[in-house]
Design a protein around this ligand. Structure first.
Ligand code: ADP
Length: 504
């Protein structure tokens, strides 16, 4: 790899602000491309449904393409599961539950789950490439976060399999039966791990439906499940769009539904399940506030802000999409933030230097553009660093809006893109009021050098997760989930077991 140093251009001294001058320096370094090699990854031209331990063709013979959002090229095609296919998968899961999985010694169940974790680690180089190709996220995210954290969830819950009797103060527990699990496109493999690992550890069997734009890593996970020699039917994976998900939710022999996705669909699922007795957990949207006090370590906070909204293209339900700045440091933080944003590299997800990859789909890109246009129309000031976007693929430059009012759509609606809305506050009480002024309640961040303030804010913020002087930190032992329209139930940790057990 060669690194070229380009002389900074002369700046018109005096009429430029400090941030813009530093921006010239940020562009002084030109990185040579550092694409990850992909020739060792074998993506099949077509994937069938994974039912009862085998690849089975869909009854109606329908398939749909899955594209790379960074090149718009077809990667493969996957089966579209009809209600009949979903029924076949649920029957396979029931059979496996009755005959094998519910009868197996918990210690043995744990061994299978450990095996899945180890094979994920062994195949991590393939998995991260598939994840970045199919979803558009930068390889450094999928390589350093998604895949290792997915393996970590299987390791963590494997350890619980034979200790469930101790999880709830010695109260007896039992499995629920068949779990129907529906996941979104932002963390395809990791969401599958969040759902499958605790379900299996608790003795349930599973039918999983991946998102229609990112099915490929789930197809690789199916291969891993075969390689781990899990008994047939314990995990079934059915691909398809909303109708497939709806059929899974409606299936009478599903005992538990776990859903991660949009608040709209979550509400529909809740209505569909009302009165059925099926257990439900929902992890929905968010509009998190990242709150920076004047006494915070500001450089560290700026990195946390960038990590919170720009990495992973803002495709994170807990993204810190509202930045609440104490008024006295507003200008300073914005200047530092713009400097940092100017160093972000947008482009090929498979390049190891890329910070911001491709937006997951054309539809999502259009939604981001529409909300940004609304931000401008409502009077907020828009800024993005100079940044050349690739000609092909779905890309969007990191964007910050200042002068945002609480009534603006960009302050209220989930954008799910690399777009930050900045508001200000003068007192702690005002910060809490503004942060809580949302229908959502998934996460929040607080930056301050006073530990007591971090703890006090954490008790006042209506959010399932509150990060102090950091952002977007995850660990399998730490529960995650929302309040209000961000859903209910917790995933991760001991609390995550409760979603998959009867606790007497
Ligand atoms: P996003 O906006 O993140 O794409 P969605 O809620 O539309 O969120 O999708 C999340 C998951 O829910 C996807 O797997 C999708 O196919 C599935 N889904 C969409 N509509 C329905 C529905 N009516 N019932 C069940 N699942 C659905």
């Amino acid at each position: 790899m060669t690194i070229k140093l380009v002389e900074p251009k002369a700046t018109a001294a005096g009429d430029r602000r400090r941030g813009e001058r530093r921006l010239e320096f940020a562009h002084a370094w030109d990185y040579a491309p550092a694409p990850e090699a992909v020739d060792h990854v074998k993506i099949l031209p077509r994937y069938e449904l994974f039912i009862d331990g085998k690849w089975q063709a869909p009854e109606k013979g329908r398939y749909f393409d899955t594209l790379s959002p960074s090149t718009e090229q077809k990667l493969s095609e996957v089966a579209e599961a009809s209600a009949e296919d979903v029924d076949r998968a649920v029957r396979a899961a029931r059979h496996a539950y009755d005959r094998v999985w519910s009868r197996m010694k918990p210690l043995e169940r744990g061994k299978y789950i450990f095996r899945i974790a180890r094979i994920i680690q062994e195949r991590s180089r393939e998995l991260c490439i598939v994840e970045s190709l199919d979803g558009g996220k930068p390889i450094k995210e999928s390589r350093d976060f998604d895949v290792p954290t997915a393996a970590a969830h299987f390791f963590y819950y494997a350890g619980w399999a034979d200790k469930l009797g101790y999880a709830f103060g010695g109260r007896p527990v039992s499995a629920l039966g068949v779990a129907g699990q529906i996941i979104p496109w932002n963390f395809p493999l990791l969401m599958a791990a969040w759902k499958i690992a605790p379900a299996l550890a608790c003795g349930n069997t599973v039918v999983l439906k991946p998102a229609e734009t990112t099915p490929l890593s789930a197809m690789f996970l199916a291969e891993i499940i075969q390689e781990a020699e899990l008994p047939d039917g314990v995990v079934n994976i059915v691909t398809g769009a909303g109708a497939t998900g709806a059929a899974l939710v409606a299936h009478p022999d599903v005992n538990k539904v776990a859903f991660t996705g949009s608040t709209d669909v979550g509400k529909r699922i809740q209505k569909a399940l009302a009165g059925t007795g099926k257990k439900l957990t929902l992890e929905l949207g968010g509009k998190a506030a990242n709150i920076v006090f004047a006494d915070a370590p500001l450089d560290q906070a700026v990195d946390g802000i960038v990590n919170g909204i720009f990495f992973n293209q803002g495709h994170v339900c807990c993204a810190g999409s509202r930045l609440l700045l104490e008024e006295s440091v507003h200008d300073l933080v914005i200047r530092k933030l713009r400097d940092r944003m100017a160093t972000l590299r947008v482009g090929d997800p498979l390049d190891k230097n890329t910070d911001i990859g491709a937006i997951n789909s054309r539809m999502q890109l259009e939604k981001i553009k529409e909300l940004c246009a609304a931000g401008e129309a409502e009077g907020a000031e828009r800024w993005s660093p100079p940044c050349e976007l690739p000609a092909k693929g779905f890309f969007f430059a990191p964007t910050v809006f200042t002068g945002v009012a609480q009534s603006h759509r960009i302050a209220r609606e989930e954008i799910f893109g690399p777009v930050l809305s900045v508001l200000t506050f003068r007192t702690e009480a005002e910060a809490v009021e503004k942060a809580n002024n949302t229908f959502y309640g998934l996460s929040a961040g607080v930056w301050s050098n006073k530990g007591a303030r971090l703890f006090k804010m954490a008790t006042q913020l209506e959010a399932g997760v509150v990060w102090g002087n950091t952002y977007n930190k995850f660990d399998p032992s730490s529960p995650f989930g929302g309040y209000k329209e961000s859903g209910f139930g917790r995933e991760g940790g001991r609390q995550g077991l409760a979603a998959y057990l009867h606790v007497d």
